[in-house]
Design a protein around this ligand. Structure first.
Ligand code: TRP
Ligand code: SF4
Length: 338
């Protein structure tokens, strides 16, 4: 376990959530989880499964939800998220989020939600998203954050508008209800330096695009996925020289291989002194090596599902204590403490 220099009570609080998409892939790890691992050593971290958020877009798909929730928590723990350091919980177990969402909804202008970039686009593209829940989802996110008075919110760039609206919601609440003593602090987005991982086709890695390597993919599967990746389209024969900048394998090397290795491989590619399978070999090994401890820990956790449930149970109660305290203050400020 990591040594904690500062007791968690005096650390700054960080909160982040992930939609339960099931088993996570390497893009999730490099884009978010790695950051969470760092933050848990220095901050009082609350990480939660945003299962209500999943329902704002996928309300018709309830069959795998429970599975997805726990699969994701297993991957968090497998990656090294430490339930002693961080508080892990599930949103839908916390009606407190819904209460704060409702109270904040009273004073939030609907235009703030309607004008969120991408909102109109998404609804125009998919009429199933023309729901009250989807419109309100950024406000639900604001409630998620403000309920814990988080000062930092680690998110990707696609989420900065939501943190911004959270700040506006907090400001307006404080102004309307709080006089001298603000109740809801304005959070800061903690942007992950975007290590946006590309997938097997060179596009952004995502489950829906079918181009992902899961954190827990078996070593043989990783091998076959990488070995069947397309390479520089102009390197048709083994004897043709290639150019890594045209090759979808290359961005993965940039994440997984040392500078020395990359220099050597680039040279080999440009002079056709190595074949693509030779080039892919060190990448396969690097990914398998990264995954080995995850797979080991995940196996243990999957063999003991009660343990995972218990971790979430404890985290949910810890979160509830914080949430209740904030809600008491919020109710008081509005004049609802009778
Ligand atoms: N909306 C985020 C996403 O889709 C998930 C999320 C929900 C979240 N609530 C949050 C992230 C609160 C940070 C803080 O990725
Ligand atoms: Fe891509 Fe490597 Fe083949 Fe060059 S040698 S085309 S970088 S896989």
């Amino acid at each position: 376990m990591t040594e904690s220099a500062t007791p968690s009570q005096s650390r700054e609080r960080v909160l982040s959530g992930m939609r339960p998409t099931g088993a996570l892939h390497l893009g999730h790890y490099h884009g978010a989880l790695k950051n969470w691992l760092r933050l848990q050593q220095t901050h009082d971290c609350f990480f939660f499964v945003a299962d209500w958020h999943a329902l704002t877009t996928h309300y018709q798909q309830r069959e795998n939800l429970e599975h997805h929730v726990y699969d994701m928590v297993v991957d968090w723990l497998a990656a090294g998220i430490d339930a002693e350091q961080a508080t892990l919980f599930i949103q839908s177990r916390m009606p407190e989020h819904a209460e704060l969402f409702t109270l904040l909804a009273m004073s939030t202008p609907s235009s703030w939600l309607e004008r969120i970039p991408s909102y109109k686009d998404q609804v125009d593209k998919n009429r199933e998203l023309a729901t009250y829940g989807f419109l309100g989802y950024p406000l639900l996110q604001a409630a998620d954050i403000l309920l814990y008075k988080a000062s930092g919110v680690p998110v990707g760039e696609d989420q900065t508008a939501h943190v911004e609206i959270t700040r506006e919601v907090a400001r307006r609440f404080n102004r309307i209800y709080c006089g001298e003593q603000p109740v809801l602090p304005e959070p800061q987005a903690l942007l992950t330096e975007t290590s946006r991982l590309t997938g097997l086709d060179g596009q952004k890695m995502s489950k829906s695009a079918g181009n992902a390597i899961a954190m827990r993919d078996a070593p043989e599967l990783v091998e076959s996925k990488i070995n069947t990746m397309p390479t520089d389209p102009q390197r048709v024969r083994r004897s043709d020289a290639g150019d890594p900048s045209r090759c979808p394998v290359w961005p993965l090397h940039q994440v997984y291989s040392s500078l020395d290795t990359r220099v050597e491989l680039e040279q080999g590619c440009r002079t056709a002194s190595i074949g693509c399978l030779d080039c892919k070999r060190p990448l396969i090994e690097a990914i398998q090596k990264e995954q080995a401890p995850w797979r080991e820990r995940a196996e243990e956790l999957l063999a003991d599902p009660k343990k995972v449930h218990w971790i979430v149970e404890v985290g949910t109660e810890r979160a509830r204590a914080v949430a209740r305290k904030t809600l008491r203050e919020v109710r008081g400020a509005i004049g609802l403490s009778y």
